[in-house]
Design a protein around this ligand. Structure first.
Ligand code: CTP
Length: 401
């Protein structure tokens, strides 16, 4: 494990867990990271800036209005300097301000001004953590690509027992180390498709599916972290572009997605088809809103969409192809069949239902290739994407050298 020369900005907000962040600075520096600390006003009531200054070996910033500090390293420079921002502890107030895009102190301003991935480690009383307002803010932040670390459950400083404890410094450090990943895809071009497709019926209606795009976006981010130059072809989703993505192409229908993928793949080494492409589209799209006729059934004529993976597989020079399969039963049999039928190099199958799959935060995958298989156990989509990318890189090297 190494964080040599990695530039980590540690944001500390007001909470008793701030004392553990002192330890976090030590542990990050043990691995060679450069750490700069920004404290909110609230944080200074728990731990002094001098403590963090001594531990980080760098000046600590507490205010947006510090003329001397701004002259040395301004807040925009600080925002650009950071490769990762980790906020530990992240108080309910800090999360609310981040969720609303506020810039009323140095830490929130730096977060807005930085392109670095942001990691938050919430710490608060269990009742506060469970409050719908806090949970809504967490949802907003997650949707925007902020990474959530914890919280853990257990004894709390206030005497309560429950969810809201900050993760331990070593667990936080592990997440930061993992976020840099190994550059297993360095020098390779990867195209990832993600999200659903919408097939228009008329100007106001469409046929779609429940894919959120989160798995595909996580795969694209993991591939970028592994050093690949990533093109992300996204169906209609409400997700921010993950950090490090070279190109994002937004599409709506399966045909548009096929065109965008075909335009991007001639230069690509690997294509990962994580999109839930609609199998059919209305044969004709009405140019006016369809009206209902009392009692009469509506018949829609559907025509089959092009199969993007099969189209790529049919090319003589083609990228390494990874498909996804969502199955409700007989996962291995159907996945292997799809692997063969579509001429893929690898297939990632997940069992949908039982809280896994499309709209869930967690997922599990079974990977199959011609002469092997691997099981990736249930975990967050971010972690799963990382493991998938590692496997894809391994298989790619085995087949293509
Ligand atoms: N796919 C594609 N183009 C399509 C449909 C699917 O490239 N028109 C890709 C998806 O991105 C995914 C994989 O194929 O990687 C899913 O296979 P698919 O045959 O769509 O799975 P199902 O719809 O579940 O098929 P079946 O009904 O046979 O189970």
């Amino acid at each position: 494990m190494s964080l040599a020369q990695r530039r980590i900005l540690l944001g500390v907000s007001g909470g008793i867990a701030a004392y553990k962040s002192c330890e976090l600075v030590r542990r990050l520096r043990d691995l060679g990271a450069e750490v700069r600390v920004v404290m909110t006003e609230g944080a200074t009531h728990f731990v002094s800036a001098t403590t963090f200054q001594a531990l980080s070996g760098q000046p600590v910033r507490t205010s947006l209005w510090d003329a001397e500090a701004e002259a040395a390293m301004g807040h925009i420079e600080l925002a650009r300097w950071a490769e990762r921002i980790i906020i530990a502890p992240a108080s309910a107030d800090l999360l609310a301000r981040l969720a609303h895009g506020m810039a009323n102190d140095l830490l929130t301003t730096v977060c807005l001004a930085s392109a670095a991935p942001v990691y938050v480690a919430p710490a608060m009383n269990q009742q506060m953590w469970a409050h719908p307002a806090v949970q809504a803010n967490i949802d907003t932040l997650r949707q925007r690509g902020v990474h959530l670390l914890g919280p853990a459950s257990g004894d709390q400083a206030c005497g309560d027992i429950g969810s809201g404890r900050m993760l331990e410094p070593l667990e936080l450090r592990e997440a930061i180390v993992a976020s840099f990943g190994k550059p297993v895809l360095r020098g390779l071009k990867v195209v990832v498709s993600a999200g659903p497709t919408y097939e228009d019926i008329d100007p106001v209606r469409f046929i779609g599916n429940r894919s959120s795009g989160r798995m595909g976006f996580a795969v694209a981010e993991a591939a970028a972290q592994a050093g690949a130059e990533v093109t992300l072809v996204a169906g209609p989703v409400s997700l921010a572009t993950p950090p490090g993505i070279a190109r994002r192409v937004d599409v709506r229908s399966a045909v548009q997605m096929r065109d965008a993928v075909l335009a991007a793949t001639p230069q690509a080494d690997i294509y990962i088809g994580a999109a839930a492409v609609g199998d059919y589209r209305p044969a004709e799209v009405a140019d006016h809103k369809l009206k209902k006729h009392d009692g009469a059934a509506l018949e829609l004529h559907l025509t089959e969409n092009p199969d993007i993976l099969a189209t790529l597989a049919a090319q003589t020079v083609r990228p390494f192809l990874v498909g996804f399969a969502a199955e409700t039963h007989d996962v291995a049999r159907y996945a292997r069949d799809k692997l063969q039928r579509k001429g893929l190099d690898m297939i990632a199958a997940n069992q949908v239902g039982s809280g896994l799959g499309f709209e869930a935060d967690d997922n599990a995958l079974n990977l199959y290739w011609a002469d092997g298989a691997a099981e990736l156990a249930r975990t967050s989509k971010t972690e799963l994407a990382r493991q998938l990318v590692t496997q894809v890189a391994e298989r790619y090297r085995a087949v293509r050298g």
